[in-house]
Design a binder for this molecule. Structure first.
Ligand code: HOZ
Length: 430
């Protein structure tokens, strides 16, 4: 069957956007550079579906890149935001709901004894690094190739997500002195971490890791890997930072740290914690977090930090997830069925409701193996899926997300579309 999908209005909007917005988008992966074509301009969403400016309807497997675990326009969020809106949009002053949110986070993530709210995942990781450096009085940070922690200067070294998607080695504009504070080594390689600590003994402030990578596609930690990071950090009096912006409330209610039973010193959260509004958090051991101003000397601040609309949206989602733990069984079941539909020469990685179909027959365990993917085949698959009404991340180096509002009917349609699209993509190999 030949699909002819109209994208003319999106095309017009994209042409217009490019005149005033770099690349026509406000975050690079959205521009479809690595898959080609025009990004649909979105008008609205409802549960698991989104709609574009040409009235095309899609089953959404991006979910705003993770936050929408309860789907678009979750009634609890709509009500909470409407109620908050009726009282004011921003005060730049403390509110009771901020305490509710911080306490709820601490209940779900017991390692986060104290919590500071910020406005984006980038801000959370940037602040966590500053706290780690200030607390340990050391400068160096260990990060892993292909992990992405937002566009923090010193972490844009061998980064994943848009940086990997666009094939950029590093970013101009980051002073060498900043990137020199970063030691980037392969993910899932314990020896490389031991080696880094042998070479830079007493200088490494922290190890920062996506405990399940989502930003080079979904890559789980090897058995024992996170335990080894915990042990190495402790032995060397460095801090272990889990970047759970993507995995928090996603791979388990209490994130990867609950799933794998590891207690980091600091954690960063974003995405789901705001229910689709801009909020993020960092937190961890109380003895470390009391170094943050004004209780301590490490400075970090923000006018919109703890914004009341975002706080109320996030609380509505977290409370719903707390009250309905069965949601995670359904998410896992559905995503497992998506994982199972791939042909043999496609490698599938899944943790909970995060998943990637990798166009390689090699196991994908790190950035080097992720790069064995045939991104041209991925682009063909991606467009075949889009034509069939499936809205996937437009990059081989991102994970898809399933929401609690995806239905049996959605799943059946998606499985049919995926089987056809794999055939379309792979026919060029025959
Ligand atoms: N870099 C994020 C995903 N890993 C967000 C991409 C976007 O919002 O365009």
């Amino acid at each position: 069957m030949k699909y002819t999908v109209n994208h003319s209005r999106s095309q017009q909007l994209f042409d217009r956007a490019r005149l005033t917005i770099p690349g026509g988008v406000n975050s690079p992966v959205r521009a479809y550079r690595s898959v080609g074509g025009t990004p649909p301009f979105i008008t609205h969403g409802e549960k698991s579906h989104i709609f574009d400016a040409d009235d095309n309807e899609y089953i959404d497997y991006i979910g705003s890149w993770g936050p929408l675990i309860l789907g678009h326009r979750f009634p609890g969020v709509v009500d909470a935001v409407s109620h908050a809106l009726s009282r004011g949009t921003s005060f730049g002053a403390p509110t009771e709901e901020e305490i509710d949110l911080a306490e709820t986070v601490r209940q779900i993530f017991p390692s986060m004894e104290m919590v500071r709210l910020v406005s984006s995942g980038t801000e959370a990781t940037m602040s966590a690094l500053r706290v780690a450096r200030g607390f340990t009085n050391r400068d160096l940070i260990v990060k892993f190739e292909g992990c992405y922690h937002g566009h923090v200067d010193s972490l844009l070294v061998k980064a994943g997500s848009g940086v990997a998607t666009l094939g950029l080695p590093d970013s101009p504009g980051v002073p060498k002195a900043f990137s020199d504070t970063t030691i980037a080594i392969p993910y899932n390689d314990v020896d490389a971490v031991e080696q880094a600590f042998r070479e830079h003994r007493d200088k490494i402030a922290a190890i920062i890791v996506e405990p399940v990578c989502g930003n080079m596609g979904c890559i789980p930690p090897n058995p024992g890997y996170l335990e080894a990071l915990r042990d190495i950090a402790t032995r060397n009096e460095a801090l272990l930072i889990f970047d759970e912006v993507m995995t928090g409330f996603r791979v388990a209610p209490g994130g990867a740290q609950q799933l794998y039973g590891i207690k980091p010193d600091l954690t960063t959260l974003g995405k789901i914690i705001g229910g689709g509004l801009p909020i993020a958090a960092y937190g961890g051991r109380a003895d470390i977090m009391t170094y943050v101003a004004p209780s301590g000397p490490i400075y970090q601040a923000g006018t919109l930090s703890g914004n009341p609309l975002a706080v109320c949206a996030g609380l509505a989602v977290l409370r719903h997830l707390q009250a309905h733990p069965e949601i995670y069984d359904q998410l896992n079941r559905y995503t497992g069925r998506l994982a199972a539909c791939a042909p043999e020469n496609i490698t599938v990685n899944r943790v909970g409701s995060m998943m990637t179909w990798f166009f390689t027959d090699q196991p994908v365990t790190d950035y080097a193996s992720a790069k064995t993917c045939d991104t041209r085949l991925f682009a063909r698959f991606f467009h075949a899926m889009l034509d069939r009404g499936m809205y996937l991340p437009p990059s081989q180096f991102e994970a898809l997300f399933v929401s609690a509002t995806h239905t049996e009917a959605d799943l059946a349609r998606t499985l049919d579309a995926a089987r056809e699209s794999f055939a379309v993509a792979l026919e060029s190999l025959e």
